[in-house]
Design a binder for this molecule. Sequence first.
Ligand code: CU
Length: 146
Amino acid sequence: MSPLRSWLVFACGALLLLVFASFAGGALAEPAPNQPRPALTQTPTTIPVTPTPTGVPVAIQNFAYAPASLTVPLNQPVTWTNNDSAPHDVAASGGSWASPTLSQGQQFTRNFDQPGTYDYICSIHPFMRGSVTVVVQIFLPLVQAP
Ligand SMILES: [Cu+2]
């Protein structure tokens, strides 16, 4: 066997060993099948990939915001509509922004251009609470393995 040929045989053998070792290492890194899987605590949320030109609707009815919490992508406007006969508004919990008082049928739209969680209340009925979470990423629904 020529020196070049025996070197090639050695190199191929070493490469095979490396490939096998990385597979074996990967198998060892897998959790044992009888280990309990961590529970999924996040509920799937559907988020449009691109902001829609009209606001994501939030109804104000029966002295509550519906949905009370909402996740939207950056620069996705949100539109609140007062369906109650009582007047309501939408006011940031920290006081940084607020809608005018909305009579029945009136709407308020706000755009969120910074990620974060925006808690708000109705300043007329402070027990009414809601929040808008603005995200940059797109989350895909989590699927529990069978
Ligand atoms: Cu109210």
